[in-house]
Design a protein around this ligand. Sequence first.
Ligand code: PXP
Length: 249
Amino acid sequence: MDYLGRLRLGVNIDHVATVRNARGGNVPDPVRAAKLAEEFGADGVTAHLREDRRHMVDEDIEALVDALTVPLNFEMAATDEMQKIALRHKPHAVCIVPERREERTTEGGLEVAREENKLAHFIAPLADAGCRVSIFIAADPRQIEAAARIGAAVVELHTGAYCDAHAEGRFDERDAELARLRDMSSFAHSLGLEVHAGHGLTYDTVQPVAAFPEVMELNIGHFLIGEAIFVGLGSAMQKMRKLMDEART
Ligand code: PXP
């Protein structure tokens, strides 16, 4: 199958706020990081406003909405509070993610199949307000079918298990996860869903996922922000972009 289009890079800037919050002041400023990402060719900026505000805070989202010229992908849990915030700002995209207070990061995908009715009602006003609704899920046919049934425009497939297996040298598992991601990208596309992917991607793991023809967007945060400490955000993004483009040719 031919590529469906140019692969977009969404840069997640949450962890700029993590560093800022470690000291409680104003620096480093996530909006400055977002503008820099934009300058270096980010196709979008992603920010996750968690219930506990551990990294991004409400004012960051407001400032991003005002400052960005590229699309904002607003990650949020399916709560009334977040729905109100999203409806106030009407970002280009909202990505619905599971959230547990005790987790270090978004550890798994959303359970859509068991919450179908509730989620269908939850996302309807967001879609009506013009937001592209994306659902962050595991590469699992049940979840993909449920995402299609509730009327999501996009599914973002969780690449964490693939990246963890690679990092820990469990290569058989890594390859099995990758095969699952490939098959499920194609399955989601066959149901009319736009396919995104992300979580844990690095220079070492990005290319096989970037090579899936149905994947239209990768959202990458922690690794790029970490690399930025050593080489600057622009250089880190340029290297990631180059790897993505190479994988696509
Ligand atoms: N996509 C989604 C839906 C996420 O929740 C996250 C993590 O916040 C990412 C992508 C980016 O993951 P990472 O920071 O590991 O690159």
